[in-house]
Write a protein of this length. Sequence first.
Length: 381
Amino acid sequence: MSTVIHFKCPNCGADMAFDSKSGKLLCGSCGRTDDIEKMAGGKAPSSSGEIKYEMDEEDEKAARNAFDHDYADASDEDEPTSHNTFKGDEAVEYHCNNCGAVLITEPQTSATTCSFCGAGVVLSDRLSGSLAPAKVIPFTISKIQAQEAFIKWCKKGLLTPRDFMNADRIKSITGLYVPFWLYDFNGRGEAEAICTRVRTYTRGDWIYTETKYYAVYRKVDLNYHRIPCDASKKMDDALMDKLEPYNYNNLKDFNIPYLAGYIAEKYDFDDNQLLPRIKERVATYVDSYLRSTITGYSTVSYQRKNINIRRKRADYALLPVWMVCYDYKQAEHIFAMNGQTGKIVGKPPLSAGKIAAWFTGISAGSFLILRILTLLLGGGL
């Protein structure tokens, strides 16, 4: 059954929406606020667990001392998970409870606004059961704050066109909850290397070079928590990766009222489909840490290296993103802002004139330095 949820103010009957400043539902008419976490209903099942990102101190300490010990968990297999996937041909008719208009949405949309009366609505059947997110990070930056921050960001572009820096062509700013999978991984690594330490010294008229060779072995056992990976076809993966990091101290159990007044998408890819991509990313973390344990040598030549990444858990979460559409010279430029931290990413247009002037200045400065050095070395000054 298709269900549309409106959050009505008990005082005046007006529509309520999530307020990023207070973290509560807010009535724009009479100013009433309601604590979302104390509201009855609207809460989806979630799993408990430690909320961390990067590596625990205990894991780091254990990894440093684990060179001569077996792994804590010797399994190489990913832990199984069970999540529904979505079909692209879903078609359900929704009606706005305010004005009765038909709401036409894409299959992935789970929260939106009515195009006729502007009311924020949540399509609850797309957030129920196994389709419900486990976690959510609410918006902490309002639309006005997002616009002001974007304008300041535009003005900092040293190589962007002057008329772009005015930031007066913002076409739209949309608050969007993007679907992510948050993964917990165990990463194990082993390495064997031949390392050298080289020492040069002088005795009398002779210069000696002493090279010592070392057989080095390293073994690490690491745990990573809450590694994010966006699960939407629409969103640019590189753009979403650059929005990190999110502060997981504000990660909350999912509750439908957090979506009121914003647009929300459900995932296109389940955690199994994204596993190869995120495993490759985590493998670079393990490799980097493994390399960091071999220090103090002149050269390092790896003879063998083995890295194994194993999924331990995956949670479906919604993370806040402000999408900014900027119209410049009959072309749309898309930028993204982390709705929690305010970090902005995207590729602004570049000014050919400013780039040419910059290179000219660099070339002139380099020539001047070279000329001064030549005169100094030649005894001309």
